[in-house]
Design a protein around this ligand. Structure first.
Ligand code: ADP
Length: 303
């Protein structure tokens, strides 16, 4: 079983020919809502690949909350540990995109910002059954730290996606993490020098191992993935696809990585699975709509 402890958001996406400047009202030409939030995306990514998946997090007592809950359930995510926080609004991301694909995003954490130690207590009920615990940074850092501690104590593999990029990761988090999975921007933020390609990813991964993480996986977008364990270093090239929208490629990667490990596959195979799921998700627009089911995934891998 895979458990995700993290954020659940509704993405509100408006498209206009260009982005508005301060004080300006623009006419847009397209609008849609889509379920998102890094936590929920990773849960849906894992569940669609067929592994039992539990989401632990918070929604607001509003219509977005009800819609998001139904969406998770429709993707076979177990929502028994999702709390509807009546005092809060559901997390939202207000996204504007222009015709060139440039965007502006405002994220309002809402209920996600209220995740705390009480939610970690709920999480603990499910840890004994889990093969992997997936964490990201769209909830308060204190809750991430407490969840990682609980995961480590229960002997569950803790996988941290240090996204969105953050400067305030406490040093004591790293030794609790079995696998850290930054992209280039996030890796650069963590180690304090630009990460761009294999050579700098190798340097960054070595530093992360020195801080106590078990394995460091640096996601290099359309180039692939660099991996460092205590035993070996290796590179997995990206699958070649026609990319349309790489939103949630990183979440697809983490969901597939955890699924493969829960199925007892090796880390190297799990990284190939992550790269495949990331590539597939890049070929379709939107966050959760772009995440493949097992049939599509197996066809892509030629199995
Ligand atoms: P994030 O979404 O966190 O920024 P990346 O963009 O690095 O992460 O994507 C995660 C993984 O998904 C990559 O390491 C790669 O394996 C795969 N991927 C992402 N974009 C593409 C692409 N355009 N073509 C092929 N694979 C991709």
């Amino acid at each position: 079983k895979v458990i995700v402890f993290g954020s659940i958001n509704m993405d509100l996406v408006a498209r206009s020919h260009r982005l508005p400047v301060a004080g300006e009202t623009l006419r847009g030409h397209d609008f849609f809502t889509a379920a998102g939030g890094k936590g929920a995306n990773q849960a849906v990514a894992a569940a669609r690949l067929g592994v039992p998946t539990q989401m632990v997090g918070r929604l607001g007592g509003d219509s977005f909350g009800r819609e998001l809950l139904a969406g998770l359930q429709a993707s076979s995510v177990d929502t028994g540990a999702v709390l509807v926080d009546e005092a809060a609004a559901s997390g939202v991301a207000i996204i504007t995109v222009d015709d060139a694909g440039e965007n502006n995003i405002i994220i309002v954490a809402g209920a996600n910002g209220r995740v705390n130690e009480n939610d970690v207590e709920r999480l603990k009920n499910w840890l004994p059954e889990a093969a992997a615990l997936l964490l990201q940074l769209e909830i308060p850092m204190s809750a991430v730290l407490a969840a990682a501690e609980a995961g480590r104590q229960a002997g569950v593999r803790v996988i941290l996606d240090p996204a969105p990029a953050s400067l305030d990761i406490p040093q004591q988090l790293y030794p609790l993490v079995d696998i850290i999975t930054p992209n280039e921007v996030e890796a650069g933020q963590l180690v304090g020098f630009p990460v761009d390609g294999q050579e700098s990813a190798d340097k960054a991964a070595t530093i992360l191992l020195g801080w106590g993480v078990g394995n460091a996986i640096v996601k290099l977008g359309d180039r692939g993935v660099f991996c460092a364990t205590s035993q070996e270093k290796f590179f997995v090239p990206a699958f070649r696809v026609q990319a349309v929208d790489t939103t949630a490629a990183g979440d697809a990667f983490n969901g597939a990585l955890a699924t493969a490990l829960a199925e007892g596959r090796s880390l190297r195979e799990a990284v190939v699975w992550g790269a495949a799921a990331g590539a597939i998700s890049a070929t379709t627009a939107g966050a959760q709509p772009s995440l493949p089911d097992r049939e599509m995934f197996n066809r892509f891998l030629g199995e």
